[in-house]
Design a protein around this ligand. Sequence first.
Ligand SMILES: *[C@@H]1O[C@H](CO)[C@@H](O)[C@H](O)[C@H]1NC(C)=O
Ligand SMILES: *[C@@H]1O[C@H](CO)[C@@H](O)[C@H](O)[C@H]1NC(C)=O
Ligand SMILES: *[C@@H]1O[C@H](CO)[C@@H](O)[C@H](O)[C@H]1NC(C)=O
Length: 588
Amino acid sequence: MRYHAIAVLSFVATVLLACYAKSIPPRWDDMHTVHSWNNVPENWVNLGHPTAGTTIDLYIALKPHQESTLIDALYEVSDPSHIRYGAHLTREQVAELAAPHPHTLELVRSWLIHHDVPFSSFSMTHGGNTLTLPDVSIIQANKLLGASYRLYRHVKTNETIVRTIGYALPAVLHKHVWTVAPTTHFDSMPIGMRGQTLRNHSHVAAVKQAEAVSGEPVTALSSRDDVVTSPTFLRRLYNTWGYTPAASYQNMLAIVGYLWDTPSPTDLRAFMAKYRTDGVDGTYTVVQVNYGVYDPNDPNEEANLDLQYAQGIAYPTPLIFYGTGRGQSGTNDWYLSWLYSVIGLLSLPRTISISYFGQEPAFSRGRAEYLCYLYAQLGARGVSVLVSSGNDGVGNVGDCVRDDGSVRFISSFPASCPWVTAVGGTTDFLPERAADFSSGGFSDYFERPTYQQEAAASFFRVLGTQYQGLYNVSGRGFPDVSAQATGFRFFNKGVERHNQGTSGATPIFAAIISLLNDYRISNGRPPLGFLNVWLYGDGLAGLNDITRGSNPGCGTQGFSAIVGWDPVTGLGTPDFQRLQQIMVNQVS
Ligand SMILES: *[C@@H]1O[C@H](CO)[C@@H](O)[C@H](O)[C@H]1NC(C)=O
Ligand SMILES: *[C@@H]1O[C@H](CO)[C@@H](O)[C@H](O)[C@H]1NC(C)=O
Ligand SMILES: *[C@@H]1O[C@H](CO)[C@@H](O)[C@H](O)[C@H]1NC(C)=O
């Protein structure tokens, strides 16, 4: 009876709500800013209005019905002690969890109808929650988003993009929409915050040149001073030396390229011939994403370094190189372009390495949250995503002073996203210590995830009140792990080069994860997928804790590498054999 009454009541409520919705349409003119910059981002110049007739494709990322359901599933399939461990989700299952509430769709539809915009493709390939509005005129886009789209040119590359300094949405839509692209995202990657994490090593050029002349890869862990961080050295240091991949055909390792970066098969051969002589036939497959170009005759250092080190360690695991473009009228956004493309694939590489980063404040919060949610989708599908933590310590001095004059450490993104594994840098050996440029700190956008609570608490017990106010004490800490980040040798355009950076540390760590995946797959087990729940738990025993060095920046000494997790070297560097042993003892 009571049950019945409740049912009737809720029916009445529904009818009332429907009437209410009909009689009082939402105030579409009550526009509130979603995001805006105070100034045109550095390195871009305003060229004025785009030519008449210019159109853009608008991507509207809708919030999922319940954000937590995907994250809950991610935790379960990534936690070795959970019954669902390894039961990774399919593309369709992920899209279902990411789907918006029907009410969200209805509301957005009436908003678009109000503006005479046809409600078109709702795209599952974009993660189950994105609306695509193709060929929207600038006039229309300005009206929809209270925006002021202009043409901007990059001062160095001359690249032109259509962007707005700020945009708004009706207040009623704010809790339903995550972000709209393209709007306020200016990629400043080509210089400064370029996101390309190589670091020029010219200050020790003389020493390195001498090493190049001697031409000897290191074959033992001897004196560090004349060591080239070659695959041989790394395979011994991280104990992958004795392992022969067995499941290659089912296992794939992918290197992501942005900025039209391109590797070269000739350079790869030269590298393998010198540093991995049993693997000179090593090769890779190119996957062009969103009109990515691939010109092996015009390769660059970043792509070559990343690819060569991945191959040098993971050989003969099949390698994919993603050559990402920015599309034609598309999102014009490296991160989004790439994520949209791979999320639509039915089958994905098991391990993915991304050596690009930006400063967290250069991403609007909504955009960062949305991108992070897309990385979580990859994790739920069983992909290990590794990203470089950056090369700025706790922040480049000039970037740390905010508008009000206060100093704040600068986090990097995507490292600050809790659903990726961020890789910091080390140098030296026996013992390894933090590379002083290894970026690390705490996010201002993302809360500290459950898996990191204990590790961070023990770090804060040692840190005490130092740097209070310079970082966010409740934020997600990064990096999670680290690997060698100096002394790299690689070939570019036929010439042997040297460089350093967490750019190199990332494919190294990813290659070792790829070998662990190989071991699991060849034993009939699912791949590791999202790593952090495991790494902060059982996996910890398979890492070398780094307890020396620090990451200065922002005019401070930065954080120190200490016993346990720290925001410089994370949990530490990998020991393949120990990590493998942990798996042998694991039930699933
Ligand atoms: C950009 O344009 C300027 C002026 O037209 C030209 O001098 C410069 O070489 C161009 N830069 C690039 C990278 O194309
Ligand atoms: C490093 O920087 C120097 C000058 O600062 C430059 O001449 C050299 O080409 C750079 N090396 C690399 C590998 O980019
Ligand atoms: C600190 O981080 C939380 C998320 O964990 C965020 O909501 C908050 O805005 C951040 N504080 C500052 C000052 O940025």
